[in-house]
Design a protein around this ligand. Structure first.
Ligand code: F6R
Length: 242
């Protein structure tokens, strides 16, 4: 894995946007795998200012909460709409997020996998990382060949995300639909972003620890084209870098 360390969160966000915008300029119909959460907010702020057209781009989000309608302010659809969709010339029909309200979630997950396959696979997937090492909502113990599926959220993930639901863990959905680690590993390029001191230890384990299913992000060690973009604080306890 290549590691790039930046002085500030703004710099790491800009660099991520530059990589993605560059891909879109070279490949106007690029297929992007996209995250939500706090970490990518700066990336989206920079991406919407990039000199690139998204007219033919296809996007696939990593995950969505089960039981939240699209219109819910904390749905990942709402997040994407306010951070990206409403600012660029993406065509709505090309923007995909698993449907957390699907009557048959298993069928929805199969449909999502088929859509990714029909699009020719992901050219790049941008990832954040959970404090427990999750990528997408693949919590510790997730098999590395897993495909898009319905998963329970770990208790510490629900606690970490309570800040988006008025501070109460009870408001955080207990399940999500997520791309699997197997789906993510098939992307041709992976960008893993982390910012802030709270992520420093899990970043150390991801980059320098043993590859093990108890830390899902260590699955990325086996992918040939991963760039890890960190700010100084997230890189603070790395031994071999920074
Ligand atoms: C979100 C996602 C999650 C987040 C992770 C970090 O789509 O897939 O894996 O990337 O929980 O979240 P933040 O960036 O809020 O710390």
């Amino acid at each position: 894995m290549r590691v790039e360390v930046f002085e500030t969160y703004t710099d790491l966000s800009q660099r991520t946007a530059d990589i993605v915008a560059d891909l879109v300029r070279r490949r106007p119909d690029a297929v992007l795998g996209l995250p939500t959460g706090s970490t990518p907010e700066g990336f989206y702020r920079a991406l919407v200012k990039a000199d690139a057209s998204f007219r033919q781009v296809r996007t696939f989000n990593l995950d969505e909460y089960v039981g939240l309608p699209q219109a819910h302010p904390q749905s990942y659809f709402s997040f994407m709409n306010s951070h990206l969709y409403s600012h660029v010339d993406l065509v709505p029909a090309n923007c995909h997020i698993p449907n957390g309200m699907a009557v048959d979630p298993d069928a929805e997950c199969r449909r999502y996998e088929d859509l990714i396959r029909q699009a020719g696979g992901l050219d790049v997937v941008v990832l954040g990382i959970g404090l427990n090492g999750h990528i997408g909502f693949n919590e510790p113990g997730s098999p590395w060949d897993a495909r898009t599926r319905r998963v329970p959220l770990a208790e510490n993930t629900r606690q970490a995300n309570a800040r988006f639901f008025g501070g109460s863990v009870d408001g955080v959905p207990s399940e999500a639909l997520t791309m699997g680690i197997g789906t993510i590993l098939e992307a041709r390029q992976i960008l893993l972003l982390a910012s802030g001191e709270a992520k420093a230890e899990i970043i150390r384990r991801t980059l320098e620890g043993e590859s093990d299913i108890s830390v899902p992000a260590t699955a990325l060690q086996q992918h040939p084209n991963v760039t890890v973009l960190l700010d100084r604080a997230a890189a603070r306890v790395l031994e071999r870098t920074a």
